[in-house]
Structures are given as C-alpha cells and as structure tokens.
Write a protein that binds this ligand. Structure first.
Ligand code: ARG
Ligand code: ZN
Length: 492
C-alpha cells in the first residue's frame, strides 16, 4: 500500500467523500424510462410510487395551474438521482424535506438529484412545487390538455399526466391519490373516486377527491368546468357519481340517458366479471370537441360526440368493462393493449346479445366476413400491435373475434370462468397477454398456443373453421347493433 502526503485540496475532496455512504459506488441514476419497448422514456426506473397527493389551484380564464405534488415512493435501487415525467415549470423540489437539485432533460423528464443519495428499499417523500399554462406545453408532438369554454380536461391514453402532475407515468406503477383542486366559485372539479369534501374561501372553492385503490397514472383524470353532478347508488350497492357539463346543448338528453345507466350496467357487468373493484363508479361528459371516451378509473370520460346519435349504452358498457379489464388488472406493457380493448369490445358484444341486437357469435362472424384476407385489418397483430397501431380498430374487433374463438374452443363453462376469474387472479395488479394465455390454459386445461398465435400474433387472417358458423358467413345480415358499434369504432 502506498502512503502519500495529500495536498490540502485533495484532503478536502477526501473528507467530502466520507459524507457519502460506504457503498457509494453502487449509487447510480434511475433510468429515464421504466423499460417499455413501445415508449422507452415513459415511466422511470429506480422507485415505486405508493401515493400522490396533488394540491392545486386552476384558473379557467387563463389556463394557469399551480400547486404542490407530494409523492410517496420506495426506492428499488441505490439512487444518486431519479426522474419524474412532467412538462410544467418547477420552482422547488424537496426530497425527504431537503431541497434537491433539479433539471429538465429530453422531452418530458424532470431529473431530481437529492442532496444525499437514496439507499435501495427506503421510503422517500418528494415534494414538487410547480406552475404553468398546460395548453402551452407539448412533448413528442402530443398536447393532450384540452381547454373547454369554461374549464379544462386531462384525459388521454397513454399521455395525459405530464400536463398536470409529475409522475412515474406508466401503468406498472399504480398508486392511490388525493386530488385537491381550488377553482373560482361557481366552477366544479371532477376527478376519480369519491368527493371527500369541498370548502370555500376568498372566491375559490376547493374540491377534495380521493381514490383509495391503486390507479394507473393515465387513468387519473381532472376536469374543471360548470357541471351538474348527480349521485345515486346501484342496486348492487355501488355509489355512482356522474357529471354533465351545463353546456352540452343538444347532446344533453342522450348523454344523461346513457351515463345515468352506469349503476345498472356496473351491476350487469359484475355478473360476468365478478364484484365491482372500486368504491365508486360513474362518468363525466365535459363540453369538449374531442371524439373518444376513456376508462378513467371510477369516473369515465365521455366525449359529447358519443351521444350525438342518441343514447349510447354500448360505449358506457365498453368503458365500464375496462374498470375490470384495464383498471383493476392493468397491462404490464403497452403491447398488452388487447387485454384492455379486446375485452371491452367483447363486453359490448355481450350487451348487444343481451339487448337482442345480435349475438357475440353473429358479431364475430360479421367481423370475420367483412374483412377479406387481403384487408390491411389482418396485418395488425392485436397481441403486439406496435405503438402506431395501439388503438387500431383491429385491436378492438379482431381482438374481440379472438375472444369469441377462445370461447368456442374452451366452451362456455370454462370461458365464463376465465372471464370472471381473471380480475380476481390479478386484482389491483398488472398482467400481460402471455399471463392471460397461461391463465386460460390453466382454467380450461387446454393448450391454446395455436389459437392465440393465429388470432393475436399472425399478420394474416385466421383460417376457418376456428370461427364457428363461418360457412354461413356470407348470409349473415348486419346485426342491428352494428351501426351503433361502428359509429363509436374509432373513438373508444
Ligand atoms: N382506451 C380508450 C377506449 O377504448 C381509447 C382511447 C384512445 N385514445 C385517444 N386519444 N383516442 O375507451
Ligand atoms: Zn377501450
């Protein structure tokens, strides 16, 4: 061992080093993405969030949003720094009470460097103070914060959190939420879960919403505007909270005639999927010009356009089915989107059958027959569609066709056992298409890999006779409900 006399500068450097834990070499930055191949920078590495507390103020007139996010997390590695996904302007960050350095990086990364590095497996409290005008921000070409004539809405998939709260923005990291937002008196705030309380002071009304079950970041929603809020309880005991913009014009009646049936439809779906997994249900219809609907947890987002042709219970069934398939059991990676959209579409088919507007088999036959083998429809693989085709119609319709094929293969007893067993198997968790195949094989006792490959993973039309009654396909009339399903095809 060499001994040498240290120069004063070197000594200072050496004593600084002593402040860092002995294993400092193992401390490294958390990854800027959680590891999803479709979206390399979505989510982050090195920690797991358990709770978000968002305490905000929003002024509709100017689109100014300001406040504080308090994030409770646990480290999953020794961290020298870590990222949050966020677009607004940050003024201060504290980690475990101590001011931390922060910087922006890439399109939507907030890089936080705590004063002391964080050891693996420890609890961390992160406080982020921020403000900004969300409608002026964009990343990767997205600007999904939607202003309305009297407020704004955050509801999109997968990108919606970055415009209003800092997060580990990926379904793999679910957490509970308190969303507290103050708005000018006379304006309402809608979010997930149950409204705990409201309070007023100095011309502002604060709404305190709570989601007490794990929730993916993209399923966390915020709407500000002038709403009429209705409350009820379903026959099965689920509290229902719905909200309608006071500015829905001609769509108001049809919106209410659809969304007010939420309690009835939640109870009906429970018959197929098992007990409703959350402490409230409902939806809101803001005065947006967007066209889609979204399964925001417990409080579904509906565009008024969904109701332009009259009552649309089919879209309500679709979004409520997601509460089990997508929200309770969330995907592991965005390539698993079939578990969300295929099953939500299949629930619409079950509803069509229940309403006497065409059976699931007839609808499956119709999908099969209406796309010839050379149709680009069959080039989309629902089991791994790629980010550009994540919400392609094939993920929905070919995806539901695959589910009907599964039903025909395993028989109704096993099929409905799978449908109901899956949410229980992965309650409040995450699962992949591969996990689903494994589960379906376990319950049915059949090898299903050929069927899954043909229906979900080949870029070609599956060969008959895996679709029952395929010989009669040419004669299948368009089921009555088809127009309704088609009208909402590209929007939910
Ligand atoms: N998961 C939504 C639904 O099927 C789809 C949302 C698609 N996103 C969009 N911006 N159009 O209900
Ligand atoms: Zn959907």
């Amino acid at each position: 061992m060499h001994r040498r006399i240290l120069a004063p500068g070197a000594l200072a450097a050496a004593s600084l080093l002593l402040a860092i834990p002995a294993s400092a070499a193992s401390y490294s930055p958390g990854a800027p993405g959680i590891g999803d191949p479709y979206y390399p920078y979505y989510g982050n590495g090195g920690y797991d969030v358990s709770h978000y507390d968002l305490r905000l103020q929003y002024q509709p007139a100017t689109d100014e949003l300001a406040g504080t996010a308090t994030i409770l997390a646990r480290t999953t590695q020794d961290l020298s720094s870590f990222d949050l996904d966020f677009l607004l302007d940050v003024s201060e960050v504290r980690v475990n009470g101590v001011k931390a350095d922060f910087a922006t990086s890439g399109q939507h990364e907030l890089v936080i460097t705590p004063k002391s590095p964080l050891a693996q497996g420890t609890q961390v409290t992160v406080v982020v103070r921020y403000s900004g005008v969300p409608s002026t921000k964009s990343a990767y070409g997205f600007d999904t914060w939607h202003r309305t004539p009297d407020g704004a809405v955050a509801a999109d998939e997968p990108e919606s959190a970055w415009w209003w709260y800092p997060s580990n923005d990926h379904p793999l990291d679910k957490a509970t939420y308190d969303v507290s937002v103050a708005v000018p008196d006379g304006t309402q705030v809608i979010s997930n879960g149950l409204l705990q309380s409201t309070s007023s002071k100095l011309g502002w009304t604060r709404y305190n919403w709570r989601q007490n079950k794990p929730q993916a970041t993209y399923l966390t929603t915020l709407a500000v505007g002038k709403f009429d809020i209705t409350t009820s309880t379903s026959e099965g005991g689920v509290p229902v909270v719905n909200a309608y913009s006071k500015d829905l014009g001609d769509n108001d009646g049809a919106a209410r005639a659809s969304v007010e049936r939420t309690g009835e439809l939640v109870d009906w779906l429970s018959g197929y999927f098992g007990p409703y997994p959350f402490s409230s249900a409902g939806g809101y219809v803001p005065n947006t010009t967007t066209g889609y609907a979204l399964e925001t947890q417990t409080r579904v987002y509906y565009s008024p356009k969904q109701f332009a042709n009259g009552a649309n219970t089919s879209v309500v069934v679709h979004e409520l089915a997601h509460q089990w398939y997508g929200d309770d059991v969330s995907l592991k990676g965005w390539k698993d989107i079939w578990i969300n959209e295929g099953f939500a579409r299949y629930a619409q088919w079950l509803w069509s059958e229940h309403e006497g507007e065409g059976t699931a088999q007839e609808l499956a036959d119709y999908v099969y027959a209406s796309h010839p083998a050379d149709d680009a429809f069959w080039t989309v693989k629902p089991g791994d569609p790629g980010p550009d085709d994540q919400f392609d119609i094939a993920v929905y319709d070919r995806g539901a066709l695959a589910i009907q094929a599964l039903r025909n293969e395993v028989g109704d007893d096993a099929f409905f056992a799978i449908l109901k067993g899956w949410p229980k198997e992965h309650a409040y968790g995450n699962a992949s298409v591969a996990d689903f195949e494994e589960y379906a094989e376990k319950v049915s006792g059949k090898s299903l890999s050929a069927l899954f490959d043909a229906y979900l993973f080949e870029p070609t039309k599956p060969v008959a006779p895996a679709v029952k009654a395929v010989g009669a396909v040419a004669a299948v009339a368009q089921p009555k409900s088809w127009k309704q399903i088609e009208a909402t095809n590209d929007v939910h």
